[in-house]
Ligand binder design. Sequence first.
Ligand SMILES: [Zn+2]
Length: 203
Amino acid sequence: MQNTGEGWMTQSEGKEKPTCEYDVEVVLNATVHQKIMLLQEAFNGVSEWLGYLLGEVGVEGGRITVDDIVIPKQKATLGSVDGIEPPEPAQIVRIVGTVHSHGHKTGKPSPSGTDTSYIGANHPLMMVVGENYHATARLKAPCGLWKVHDCTVIIRCPELAEFIADAREKVEIAHYVGYPYGGYGGLQQSQLPGWADYEGYPW
Ligand SMILES: [Zn+2]
């Protein structure tokens, strides 16, 4: 979901409770998670950093999928990130939110007042990372009210799921029954073709 021009939640709107409660989960691609961990290592104790998260917000709004991260040009210190340049137009349409660090790879991540007022107001999803993730999503509920959700973050690796599903189709598991010597179709190892060519083996 992008900013459709309807505007973002105002403080007074946020105080009303939507009648249609629902949970929001963030599905983070494992590669994106690894990139974030690399950033945490690279800038640990040195500087904050901010990245744009690309992906999509589910039609129902109950799931935000993040499949890529882009690091824009920015001026950062251990206390702030400023002068953030917008990414390429093709990436802008896919931005679902941001992730930023407070400069340390340890510590409980929690958004500051500035984060909530500025960073969190521009996109549906705001993630802060420390020793784990803190994720909030501002979404318009089906009843029409804007709501801030605390999100569960799930790390998924679709490539690995595809890989193992493919492997399960290819690896035909044969069960030999009744052979005295197990998995070689009844032959001992030394009876296999070419075995005599291997010299120097003790057996
Ligand atoms: Zn922050």
